[in-house]
Design a protein around this ligand. Structure first.
Ligand code: PLP
Length: 405
């Protein structure tokens, strides 16, 4: 069977049995190794998306495989009605990497944010006379559950009525946050860098001002580090660049290196949940927790925070260099290995398609934004190779646009 026939056949089967929730690119990946993916025809692709900031150690990472093998032979799952050591060790490691806190484990970013929202509401009942509103940012993305959609503030009409209690102010604007905090507000919930919103880092100074505001007005600061965390920006958590700590932090994506696991950390001030308030069947199960411990340990042992910073700088320089070749890169946003090439033309989706043909996996968050969130193991040579392939993809995209005109 030719590669085209195999793809057409799988697409047809998928259309019959999978809900139509994703726009998928025409490729079937069957294997991965490090920063490289292999399709069903044996073709290799440099993966600059990494499962959208998930595969922090790359594909088939030895540490993830070893943890899976060892723990699956011992104990895969046990209910949260009992203790299990890996969950406690994972919480200890997370707290050490972040700030004094206690941890709730779940399975995804949306769930971690649901936990954060419930924490804020319960805290509001206890400390703010039943206030419950949360100030979020325009352009944010916090998940697809009903409450996290309301926090996101988009895609709501289809699923009305929206969960009540979220206000939206411009991103990276401490004055707007100050104006929005009144007696009805219990928390400010933000991404330190917009992820789905196109890789837009918040200014360190803005974040420091918002932290101070939350203290002055006695509301919680909730930071969603689902995409920006786990070392992606060169620090464990993006907010650490600003030298502040949140009251609540949410984590998922890279935490399990590809195995689903999420977490919400609450500082003592915000640590209000009690038995019966919240729970999750699979949250922090021994298998997922063991893998996440291995991911955190490997990031530390292999110096991947430094690597993200160093190789990220090289990738950024390479992308900016494309301007000198006459390619339409207007600017590069982001930090470490959380970068976006902002184009001067509405061709990002066409570049992504052309990239696939050129053996590089890219992602567009909008018509002009190419997002790059590769494994933190990306080497300097791989970064250079990625820039070369991206350049060819851009040339192809421009040609195609010219042909279509
Ligand atoms: C910042 C942020 N928060 C939350 C989520 C939702 O995570 P999940 O898809 O694991 O529910 C995402 C996903 O892209 C995200 O980028």
């Amino acid at each position: 069977m030719s590669a085209e026939t195999a793809l057409a056949s799988l697409q047809e089967r998928a259309a019959r049995v999978l809900m139509n929730t994703y726009r998928r690119l025409p490729v079937t990946f069957v294997r991965g190794q490090g920063c490289w993916l292999v399709d069903d025809g044996g073709r290799q692709y440099l993966d600059l998306v990494g499962g959208i900031a998930v595969n922090v150690l790359g594909h088939s990472a030895p540490a993830v495989r070893a943890a899976l093998e060892q723990q699956s032979a011992q104990l895969v799952h046990v209910s949260n009605l009992y203790y299990s050591e890996p969950q406690v060790e994972l919480a200890e490691r997370l707290v050490r990497s972040a700030f004094p806190a206690r941890v709730f484990f779940c399975n995804s970013g949306a769930e971690a944010n649901e936990a954060a929202i419930k924490i804020a509401r319960k805290w509001g009942q206890r400390h703010r006379g039943g206030a419950y509103r949360i100030v979020c940012a325009v352009g944010a993305f916090h998940g697809r559950t009903l409450a996290t959609l309301a926090a996101t503030g988009r895609y709501l009409d289809t699923f009305a009525p929206a969960v009540d209690g979220f206000a939206h102010v411009p991103f990276d604007d401490a004055d707007a946050v100050a104006a929005a905090i009144d007696d009805s507000v219990v928390a400010v919930m933000l991404e330190p860098a917009l992820g789905e919103g196109g890789i837009v880092p918040m200014g360190d100074d803005t974040l420091r001002r918002i932290r101070a505001l939350c203290d002055q007005r006695d509301v919680l600061l909730v930071l969603d580090e689902v995409q920006s965390g786990m070392g992606r920006t060169g620090r464990w958590w993006a907010h650490q660049h600003a030298g502040v700590t949140p009251d609540v932090m949410t984590v998922a994506k890279g935490l399990g290196g590809g195995i689903p696991i999420g977490a919400a950390l609450a500082a003592p001030r915000a640590d209000v949940l009690e038995p019966g308030d919240h729970g999750s069947t699979f949250g922090g199960t021994p298998l997922a927790a063991t893998v996440a411990v291995a991911v955190l340990r490997t990031i530390e042992e292999r110096g991947l925070l430094d690597n993200a910073e160093r190789v990220g700088a090289r990738l950024r320089d390479g992308l900016l260099g494309l301007r000198e070749c006459g390619l339409p890169v207007e600017t590069v946003r982001g930090r470490g290995l959380m970068l976006a090439a902002v184009l001067g033309d509405d061709i990002a989706p066409v570049v992504v398609d052309a990239g696939l043909e050129q053996g590089v996996v890219l992602n567009a968050t909008g018509p002009r934004v190419i997002r790059l969130v590769p494994p933190l193991t990306l080497s300097a040579d791989e970064a250079d190779e990625g820039v070369r392939r991206l350049a060819t993809a851009m040339e192809l995209a421009l040609q195609r646009r010219g042909d279509a005109a």
